[in-house]
Design a protein around this ligand. Structure first.
Ligand SMILES: Nc1ncnc2c1ncn2[C@@H]1O[C@H](COP(=O)(O)OP(=O)(O)OP(=O)(O)O)[C@@H](O)[C@H]1O
Length: 486
């Protein structure tokens, strides 16, 4: 199998099905058509791995984190927050030791993207309740949670916009109590990242009908950080017009000229083909589109069921990640790769393609994941690569210990996706139906996924849906002034 030579990093996840791989005498093709298609492909080349050259503002954040300061890093979508945090994680793991650095995020999707765990699972606080004493009691009755809090020298929290202020205060209190220290967060170095103009906390069981809806409203917010920085250089998009337009929408500003310009994008709808991913605000619309398209194909379906192992409580959390409990796939299905396997060759979370067939899993790598009897999907990615996709493993980590694992095919159906699911993703092309957008930040999150205007297909945009929360606007005014003074 040629993968080992051409794409070493892909070996664990996928087989690259190229003419060269067949040349090695291992024929994985199930049918002749598939083989022919693969032979017609030119062998994939490894794209040069580029090292990020940090901007001055990014370098300032990195240097502050390296010197042990607690930092809040924010900025518009695509300003490199996640890229920076990933780099900082490595730096602190090196300087403090892997077992002392805890990487968390408010959502499972964001946590897995960073190779960490959800903030709730790290904290060991159980179901949401607005009572800090009760939360502390729960933590103190959990040996593992106590150990985590005591061992932590650094704590990363990504997607902070989905954490409310009450919880942020409660966690700071718990840190001090468990660590028996009067210092802020019991002396833990905090690195918090996110954009409050993006999706706000999900209101669960009325728990958030509180005064402190956003984390920045927490009493301890300002004293938690030595530095609060807003990154300003956008990397995801390069067109000035699009960047300016998105900056306005982020702040809830509707420029009539921009709206007119976006409406022109709507007129592109007639050129749409099924390969363009559809983004919908609501899950029911996503499921409806995916199911309808799958039925239209009328092909034989194969079921892939996730294999979970580990601690019960941790395993439950895996369900909130990107890997589905179960998924039916068939030839012709539009799919999205949901793991970062090899960024240099485009096998990244968000890469889309079409299933062109299924191959017998002679090596038995799918084990119990494929319920349909040992076949693996062959995907032709939009980049042109043809890959036999094997099951991947997602791990829920506690510092350097794996507490739960999920094994599943790293694909989801991708004719349609929810806007919540795509927060953090970069998409080459997307058709957004924003007619049912709700709440603050949703239109901004959707529009800011694409790299350029030629990849944006828009319908249902209503200016009344472009909203920024007044509290968020005020908060950003404050940190901008603070930054200017510094
Ligand atoms: N200094 C830099 N030079 C070039 N590219 C960069 C730089 N910093 C980040 N990037 C690239 O910009 C893109 C967007 O970065 P990233 O996903 O980290 O943004 P983000 O701020 O986390 O976005 P979102 O808020 O939507 O999650 C990535 O492809 C990343 O590699």
């Amino acid at each position: 199998m040629m993968v080992g030579r051409i794409l070493p990093a892909v070996v664990s996840g996928c087989r690259n099905y190229s003419s060269r791989s067949s040349g090695h005498g291992r024929n994985w093709a199930k049918n002749a058509n598939l083989q022919k298609a693969a032979f017609e492909e030119s062998p994939p080349r490894r794209a040069p791995r580029t090292r990020i050259k940090w901007t001055e503002e990014q370098a300032r954040v990195i240097s502050a984190i390296s010197s042990g300061r607690s930092v809040f890093v924010t900025g518009s979508a695509g300003t490199g927050k996640t890229a920076l945090v990933k780099h900082a994680i490595k730096l602190l793991q090196k300087s403090l030791g892997r077992s002392k650095v805890f990487v968390t995020a408010s959502t499972g999707i964001a946590a897995y993207a960073l190779g960490g765990q959800t903030l709730h699972s790290f904290a060991g606080i159980g179901p949401p309740v607005n009572d800090r004493e009760l939360l502390l009691e729960r933590v103190l009755s959990d040996r593992r949670a106590i150990r985590r809090w005591k061992r932590a020298l650094a704590l990363f929290i990504d997607e902070i916009s989905m954490i409310d202020g009450e919880l942020f205060d409660h966690l700071e209190f718990i840190a001090r109590e468990v660590r028996e220290s009067g210092k802020s967060w019991g002396g833990i170095q905090l690195v918090v990242c996110g954009d409050f103009f993006q999706l706000p906390p999900v209101n669960k069981r009325g728990y958030l009908r509180l005064n402190k809806e956003f984390a920045f409203e927490a009493d301890c917010w300002d004293s938690s950080f030595g530095l609060q920085v807003e990154l300003t250089k956008v990397f995801r998009q390069s067109e000035e017009r699009l960047i300016k337009l998105l900056q306005g929408i982020r702040k809830g500003q509707i420029d009539p000229e921009d709206m007119l310009f976006l409406e022109k994008s709507c007129s592109l709808n007639d050129k749409l083909d099924a390969s363009v991913v559809r983004l919908h605000p609501r899950n029911e619309d996503v499921n409806y589109v995916n199911e309808e398209r799958m039925s239209e194909l009328g092909k034989e379906r194969y079921l892939f069921v996730a294999e979970d192992s580990g601690i019960e409580q941790a395993m439950r959390q895996l369900r909130f990640g990107l890997a589905p409990d179960e998924i039916f796939l068939c030839e012709g299905a539009r799919v999205m790769f949901v793991k970062n396997v090899d960024t240099s060759c485009g096998l990244i979370n968000g890469a889309t393609g079409t299933i062109i067939g299924f191959m017998e899993d002679k090596a038995g790598v799918s084990s119990n994941v494929c319920q349909g009897g040992g076949v693996l999907p062959v995907v032709k990615f939009d980049s042109g690569q043809i890959i036999v996709v094997e099951p991947e493993t997602w791990c829920l980590m506690e510092a350097n210990t794996v507490v739960a694992r999920r094994r599943q095919i790293p694909l989801i159906l991708a004719w349609a996706l929810s806007i919540h699911k795509c927060q953090g993703m970069t998409l080459d092309r997307a058709h957004m139906d924003l007619s049912r957008a709700f709440g603050y930040g949703m239109v901004y999150v959707a529009l800011s996924r694409v790299r350029n205007l030629t990849g944006l297909y828009l319908s249902g945009l209503n200016p009344s849906k472009i909203k920024a929360h007044p509290k968020v606007l005020k908060f950003y005014e404050r940190i901008t002034n603070q930054q200017d003074t510094e």
